[in-house]
Design a protein around this ligand. Sequence first.
Ligand code: HEM
Length: 382
Amino acid sequence: MSIASATRWEQRVLRAAHPIAFPLLSAIRSPVRRIPGLGVLVKDADLLRATLLDTEGFTKNGPGAPSDLWTPVLGPSVLLNMEGAEHAALRRKLGPLFAPAFVDALVAESLGAATRDLADALARGERVDLVAHSRRGASAVIARLVGLDERVIDDELFARVSRVTGFVTLARPRLTPRQLGIARGILAELGEHARRAYAGDESTVPGRMRALGLDEREALGAVGAFVLTGTETIVSYVPRLAAILIDSGWLPRLAASPEQVDAAVAEGLRVTTPSPMMLRSVVQPRTIGGVAVRPGERILLGTYWANRALGEFDPATNPAAQLKQLWFGAGSHFCLGAPLAMAQIRLTLDALLGTPTLRVVSRRPSRGVLIPSYASLVVERS
Ligand code: HEM
């Protein structure tokens, strides 16, 4: 068990997801570099943050930006393809859904029983696949956000969502007509559930959105954004954090010093950066780290590399503390679901800390996926 072994496994996870792009982008040493056919890559944390905060110069709604991918699937008003006053107004309306009291209740209702089962199974010495557990958990949370009936929640929901994001690659900023048809079908089906829930009472999240003053189009757009952003990131992170804590020997250390848990979660987010890259389109001529960029160019914000530049996983010195949660973005598009993500992460981590002598029985990184992850991670008490 060592930090080096944790790092080796992490690299295998990244390489399995992006066998060409990961080594290619990792080999680039300069903080800013124009890559023909792809865009301008930024790998420095300060330059990256400055780009995210400069909303006059850069947008999510232009050539090569996320709008090229998601507007044809979900329409023009899904947060992650909006800018300016309309975007800010929608985020403000959604704010109460991510307030601590609402988030804690949502997570307890959707994950409480399953997490207790996980803790009990580990304590009894059973083998558990943490990826399967995380997929069920993320599906349960997303089902609540969409307003799905508890009975239709299963792994299938996760599989359908990841089919949509699986269409995205760095080299192809738009979906093909066939992919677009499949993606629209999957999201339209979820949208139908959300529409029904919106029309109903406040016991569902879409119903609550109506009470908060969102019109139907805004509510369905928000639901679409939650589905796309809030499922795979969590299913990526929770097992990777568990693997890092086990591989590095930090799990028993944390159980003995719980005051370091926050630092461990932040460090895990820094070294994994589940959403490894953000995209922007240039609106105004700008210079990033000495490289002039022109309107219409695509900017590849390599958050993963910027975060990793601060070194290996180390909750004791906690380099993550200086990054202001860059793994959740910065500025106007900062991850809206961050409180929800943190509540989900903490709940599962607490269950793992109940049996700190875990070992990895077997594991398999996912191949060819957008969000690097394990396809399975089986653990048991050693
Ligand atoms: C560890 C888990 C997660 C990570 C690392 C993560 C990361 C991010 C990042 C980096 C962004 C900003 C993208 C950009 O500026 O281009 C973002 C935006 C967003 N995230 Fe998360 N996310 C996570 C979990 C979640 C969850 C659970 C939800 C649940 C609903 C969620 C909802 C959103 C939404 C709605 C946005 C768009 C906000 C906007 O454009 O205004 N995220 N996330």
